[in-house]
Design a protein around this ligand. Structure first.
Ligand code: SF4
Length: 342
């Protein structure tokens, strides 16, 4: 069976040719896919015979809403989608001044083991397909009834650990006959897989790369992010500098503020030192409380920001959206898993 939504228009065109069908059918079908049809029967301008053939040879993915939480405070919507094989993933819809943004997952679970993250508590189950990534944007737009203009790859999973799928997803979502979302409206977040950052740089994409730094020193970073044990902060920062030089795109450094772990003045000073000449800016993230985690939100966000700014670093503080729902990555999936297991 062919996973039709994971195919590019060019591949679909070739596939139709191979089936003895005219090439223009590919564009017709591609457009139907991005209208969010959930069955081939809905493709009303195709012959009955062709619809039957598609049904017999292709998989048409369409996730079901397993749970949905709507914030009463700011309208943020958190979806728990059930995939075709019964696995669940999360997607968050957020309203910003610059447009509606959707935060999507790229894996079922995650194997990176970051100490502050609920997504990794049961490890990685599997990678998502490109089509399953597209579905999150498409079906969130359909269900919410609101257009989506920005995408962040910051949900469950490490995007660069599912590299080829993510590149294919970016091609699909950017296509003018699909959702036509520009690269400059897409952010990709990584915990710092250095070889993959170098590989990404070769594509020269105009997206925004966010690097989850979370600590400026190896001792702290290795404690909260196991990925650091094999790479280290210096090598990561060298890679980031190279990325900036190759692509010309400024990197955003994510920094989740954890009480008593990474929020002291000396760490702000060291962070400012690390960022010298990188052109990057820091995004401080007030931590959400994860029930199972001993890591608690810092009370020093403003002081840390001030200290960084005194060194000339550009700092933003992420607005907390959906704080009345389980809006932190992986929390809703964990809750559902616990309840399903009794
Ligand atoms: S923060 Fe990202 S990379 Fe780290 S465990 Fe969570 S999902 Fe994985």
């Amino acid at each position: 069976m062919v996973d039709i939504k994971s195919m590019t228009l060019e591949e679909l065109t070739q596939w139709f040719k191979d089936q003895g069908e005219p090439a223009f059918r590919a564009k017709q079908v591609f457009r139907w896919l991005y209208r969010g049809v959930t069955s081939f029967e809905e493709m009303s301008d195709l012959s009955k015979g062709l619809r039957q053939k598609l049904k017999e040879t292709c998989i048409l993915t369409a996730p079901k809403v397993a749970r949905k939480q709507v914030s009463q405070l700011d309208g943020t919507i958190k979806y728990l989608w059930e995939l075709g094989d019964g696995n669940c993933i999360e997607t968050v819809f957020m309203r910003y001044k610059h447009g509606n943004t959707v935060c999507i997952s790229c894996q079922v679970g995650c194997r990176m083991g970051c100490a502050f993250c609920a997504s990794t508590l049961a490890g990685k189950v599997r990678d998502l397909t490109p089509g399953e990534m597209v579905d999150q944007v498409l079906f969130t737009q359909l269900d919410s009834g609101e257009p989506i203009s920005n995408i962040v790859l910051m949900g469950i999973g490490e995007p660069l650990d599912n590299f080829d799928t993510v590149i294919r997803f970016l091609t699909l979502i950017n296509h003018p006959d699909g959702m036509n979302i520009g690269m400059r409206h897409i952010s990709l977040s990584t915990c710092g897989l250095v070889e993959k950052i170098d590989k990404l740089a070769e594509y020269g994409l105009q997206l925004t790369l966010s690097v989850s730094l979370h600590a400026p020193d190896d001792e702290t970073r290795s404690k909260i992010m196991p990925v650091n044990r094999s790479v280290g902060v210096d090598r990561l920062m060298d890679t980031c500098r190279r990325y900036f030089q190759t692509t010309g795109r400024r990197i955003s450094y994510e920094y989740a503020m954890i009480d008593g772990v990474n929020d002291s003045d000396w760490q702000a000073d060291r962070l400012a030192h690390l960022l010298k000449g990188t052109g990057g800016h820091v995004n401080l993230i007030p931590l959400n409380n994860v029930e199972e985690s001993p890591l608690k939100p810092s009370r020093r966000v403003a002081a840390f920001q001030k200290r960084l700014e005194s060194h000339g670093v550009t700092v933003t503080v992420r607005r907390r959206l959906g704080s009345d729902i389980d809006a932190s990555c992986g929390q809703l999936r964990r809750k559902a898993m616990r309840q399903d297991n009794g």
